[in-house]
Every structure is written in structure tokens, then in C-alpha cells.
Design a protein around this ligand. Sequence first.
Ligand code: ADP
Ligand code: TRP
Length: 321
Amino acid sequence: MRILTGLQPSGKLHIGNYFGAMEPAVRLQEQGEAFYFIANYHAMTTVRDADALRDHTRELAIDFLACGLDPERSVFFRQSDVPEVNELAWILSSVCPVSMLEKAHSYKDKTAKGIAPTHGLFAYPVLMAADILLYDSNLVPVGRDQKQHLEMTRDLAGKINDAYGEDTLVVPEPMISESMAVVPGLDGQKMSKSYHNTLPLFGDEKPSKKLIMRIKTDSTPVEDPKPVDGSLILPLFRLFASEEDYAKMVADHQSGGVGYGDFKKRLAEAYWEYFAPMRQRREELLADPGYVDEVLAKGAGRAREEAAKVIDRVRKAVGLA
Ligand code: ADP
Ligand code: TRP
């Protein structure tokens, strides 16, 4: 089974990205042949600065490896290292009704947020379909916000297969993490870089812990019991703490006698410790840039090999070869 997913290099990662995207992707490596890539062509729809795009791409490569992506087991590459994806995107474009793209929520949401309404942004789902179909992917794990893109991908594969033969493209199955709890931000909304409520995955110690110490709490006196429902501290603590420590924190809320400052300190410590092995691995990767280049070059080679098979098959099927 081939599992494929892509992540956009759009800035520093937060712990919502970790629990919602990286950690599940790392776990899925056990279940099949994983193809994971950095969607740098897609990032061009929002990142206009060449150095920023390069830096974010590299940072994402390092962070993903630090989180446990195993380049011996999985194929890890940059989207732009397999330019064949653009050819497949063109072929898909030629069967893609404009009305399909006009219904895309992501386009409407992004332009509403002020992102330039370019052709690239409009055609984003077609390139994403090409990403998936170019590798005969079977399973595509994504967040809920990508569900419609997966439906479009299946639709486009179906249109190609109807026009040119059933064996032209493999129709993928989405794996939507509905059950994946959304990581709450420091203000209680969904954690997201657009809400400025994030806890960084790999931030510096003092400023990161300070963010936790600044979480808003009510004015219950130290000696009184504290509300458990609606707590901003408990759901975050649960991500990092053992069952036992979590139960103790709940009990200390209910009994009273412990202040919010103490709870926040426990949360800050648990958060810092949880990512310690990954932070360590990241330091090693930062010190060895040649290794990261090597991983990406090897991944690009493997990905291109697979892409060549599919693009040859498609070129023949549609009459380009
Ligand atoms: P942001 O909302 O910060 O812009 P992205 O939309 O770039 O994050 O998300 C990248 C990946 O991280 C996606 O797979 C998304 O589902 C996941 N993700 C982002 N925020 C959260 C969150 N708060 N909880 C769970 N997963 C998240
Ligand atoms: N659109 C995805 C996101 O913003 C990233 C992405 C690009 C992707 N191509 C993909 C995800 C192919 C899965 C498969 O999160």
C-alpha cells in the first residue's frame, strides 16, 4: 500500500501541526510505503520571498526528520524535485471543469483572508490531485480541511479513466482524521498560525515557556477548587503528561489549594520534556546539513523513478506518446 501526503512549508511549526500531521504521518510509516513531500510549489501561492521559501523548505525537512520520519523506510522529497507533476497537472486541467474549482472552499477562504486570487491559487487543487495521482497513491492522510481536495482528486482520476481507460490512474482513498482531536490554542480556539495562539514545536525555552505562563485563567483563589470544564491548561497537559500526572492535575483542580501558576509550571515542564528527544535530534540535523541534502536527493531520485512509470503510462494513454 502506498501512503502519500504533503505538507506546505509555510513557516514555523506549532504543536497542533505536530499532533495533527507529523505524528500521525510518522506512525503510518509502519503500515505501508510512505511518500512524504514538502509542497513548495503550493507554498508559492502564498510565499513571495525566494529566501523565505528556501528557508521554510529546509526547516520543514529538518523538523520532519527530527520528528521521526525515517528516510530509510520512507521516500521523503521536495515537490519541485519532481517537475513531472506539472505535466500531470496540465493533463488533469484539460478534463477539470472550471465549475469544480469555483466550488473550492479553500480558494474562497484564502481570497477572503486577503491572499492574492491568482491562477495558481485557483488551480491549487489540480496540482494537489497531480501530487497524489503521480505516485499511484492508495491512501492519503489529511486533515479535515483537505477533504474536498481529495474528492476533487478522485473525481479527476475518474474523468481521466472514463476518457482514456480504467487503468490509467489509481483512484486513491482519503484518510480523514475526523477523530483526531483538534489541538486547542493558548486562547482556547483551534491552534493555528492565523490566530496567533500557537505553542511552537521547536521554540527557544524561555519564550516558549513564557507563552504558557501567560495563558489566561480565572480569578479563583489558590485555596478554592478550580473549574475543570473549560480549562485551557488541562487539554494541553493531557497531550504531554502520563495518565497518572494528568489524573493528579485534575484532582488538584478539584480539591483546591494549588494555584494556576503551579499548574502552568507543570504544563511548561511536561511540554518541554515531551519534545526533548526530537529537539536533540534536530540539533544533530542542524549540525549536519550535508545529511539533509543527501536525504532529499535520495528521496527525489526514488520519487522520480515512480513518477516516470506513471507519467509514461499516462502519456501513452492520452496520446502524447
Ligand atoms: P495553520 O492552521 O497553523 O495554518 P496548517 O493549515 O498549515 O496550520 O496545517 C498543517 C497541518 O497541521 C494540517 O495537516 C492540519 O490538519 C494540521 N493542524 C494544524 N493545526 C492543527 C490543530 N490545531 N490541531 C490538529 N491539527 C492541526
Ligand atoms: N494542500 C495540503 C495542505 O495545505 C498540502 C498538500 C499538497 C497535500 N499536495 C498534497 C496533502 C497531496 C496531501 C496530498 O495541507
